[in-house]
Each structure stands twice: as C-alpha cells, then as structure tokens.
Design a protein around this ligand. Structure first.
Ligand SMILES: N[C@@H](CCC(=O)N[C@@H](CS)C(=O)NCC(=O)O)C(=O)O
Length: 268
C-alpha cells in the first residue's frame, strides 16, 4: 500500500475534527476570500494577522509554523484574482502569505517563518548554529525544483514530455530521501524543524500529480524514509489542522488551471 493511501486511512475525520476543536481559539476574520470592493477587517492592537488563501502551499508553510508554535493569530483570506487595494498596500507584489502586527508587515513565506521562529522561539525550528541553519535553508530554498513540477507535469502530458518531467521529479525527490535518511524521523531529527514545515505542503498535494502520473506517488519501496516521514507528519496537530482532502486539492488545481480559482470551495 502506498504511503499516501495509508496516511489517508489513518486520517479519520473524527481525529481531524478533534484537532480542529483544539485550535478553535484561532480567529478566522474572513474564511471567504475577500476581493476588490471589500473592506479590510479592522485590526486589533497586539493581534497577529495572517493574510492567506486556503489552498496556497506557501501560506500553508506559515500556517503550519503558527499552529505548531501555538501562536495566537487571526486569518483573512484573499481573492488573489481580484486583490483589494488594501492588500496591495501591505504587499506590493500581491502574494500571500503576509503577516501583520501593530503596523509591522512581512511577506514571503521564508521571511515570515524566520520572523516567527525568532520572535516566538518555542519550540525552536531553526538551528542556532549558523552553518546548520544554512544547510536547512538550502533544502527549502531549492525546493522550487520540486514545486515547479506541480505545474510542469500536468502541462507535459500535452506536449509529450511527461517521461522527462518524471525523471526530474524522481531525481529531485531522491535528494530529500537521501537527506532524510541521514537525519532521522523528521528533517529535524526526533522532532520537526523548519524544513519539515517548509516542504510538507507539496507532499500533501501529491494526489494532484498522481491523477495524471501514478508514478509520482511516494512508494515505500522506492522512498522508504520519505514514505515513513509522510505518515509521521500526518500525525502532527498542525498538519491535521491545515490538511485538505485530495479531492479539494484536485478541484482547486483544476479551477486554477481553468482560469477561475475556486477560493471558497467547500465553504457554505
Ligand atoms: N515566494 C512566495 C510565493 C507565494 C505565492 O506564490 N503565493 C501565491 C498563492 S499560492 C500568490 O499569492 N499568488 C498571487 C499572484 O500570483 O498574483 C512565498 O514564498 O511566499
């Protein structure tokens, strides 16, 4: 059985709901994506706000760190097709995630997460040794080699380059398999570190690829360390809290590719 199928079975709905209750103190200012013409929900002094999008893997990086560190925050979801001016005023390049507290604004997931790790140090997610911290950063700064394939693999079917793309995918995934084999249960050893949270969102989205290319699955005979890692990651409360079902990811990706992203999918 593949690691992902196994993980999905273990992720029983009741467990997820239990975790979601655990985090129920987190305020969602706007679950529905706010677009042009909307008003920016009023800010509260001393309250950390995350501007996000429910299906964005980069925003998920920051949500994972916020939740794992049990930092109190509120969420405002943004319609990225029709961004309000007040969102551009915070991030002129118009990307989520964005963090805001008491007039301080940060964007770019890696910057947001380093800020959180320094300002809310418990539990520490980045090594204090600068060389080790750089080793970790290299792993997430080069993860684009994997994440770009989430867009290239679907396109490659039409132009006949799927086998080439899959070879690149396997080579890149193997880098992480080898690194993990040296580190332990998580990239952080016996507990998760920043690397785990920075790369996890794409592993959750692998079903988007396996619909097109079943070879993209993380099979335990080929990637034993990553396969076990996916199982242990799925047990983390923060991972459960941000988890979306494969059907939701597939639906969102299809709507995105069709040019009308369904930001509010699944909301009543
Ligand atoms: N390098 C950025 C990438 C963030 C990103 O690409 N976010 C996407 C959503 S997943 C976005 O905001 N897209 C809006 C746009 O491209 O206009 C980061 O790490 O935060």
């Amino acid at each position: 059985m593949s690691a992902f199928t196994c993980c999905q079975r273990r992720l029983q709905k009741s467990l997820i709901q239990e975790t979601k209750r655990h985090f129920s103190e987190i305020k969602i200012m706007s679950e529905k994506a706010l677009g042009i013409g909307s008003a920016c929900p009023p800010l509260t002094p001393g309250v950390l706000r995350l501007y996000s999008m429910r299906f964005c893997p980069y925003a998920q990086r920051t949500r994972l760190v916020l939740l794992h560190k049990k930092i109190e925050f509120e969420t405002v979801n943004i319609n990225l097709k029709q961004k309000p001016d007040w969102f551009y005023a915070r991030n002129p390049i118009g990307l989520v995630p964005v963090l805001e507290i008491d007039g301080k604004v940060l964007y770019e997931s890696n910057v947001c997460n380093e800020y959180l790790d320094n300002v809310y140090p418990s539990p520490r997610l980045m090594p204090t040794d600068f060389y080790q911290a750089c080793q970790d950063k290299m792993l997430w700064e080069t993860f684009g080699k994997v994440s770009q394939l989430f867009y290239e693999i679907p396109k490659s079917v039409a132009d006949g380059t799927l086998p080439k793309c899959l070879r690149r995918y396997e080579r890149q995934i193997t880098r992480y398999e080898i690194e993990l084999s040296k580190r332990g249960k998580y990239f952080g050893g016996s507990s998760p570190c920043m690397v785990d949270f920075m790369i996890w969102p794409w592993f959750e989205r692998i079903p988007v690829l396996t619909i097109i290319a079943p070879e993209a699955e993380i099979k335990s005979h080929k990637f034993p360390h990553l396969s076990s890692w996916m199982n242990v990651m799925m047990e983390l409360p923060a991972v459960k809290e941000t988890y979306e079902e494969p059907t939701a990811h597939v639906h969102f990706f299809s709507s995105l590719r069709a040019g009308s992203p369904d930001y509010d999918y699944g909301l009543s």
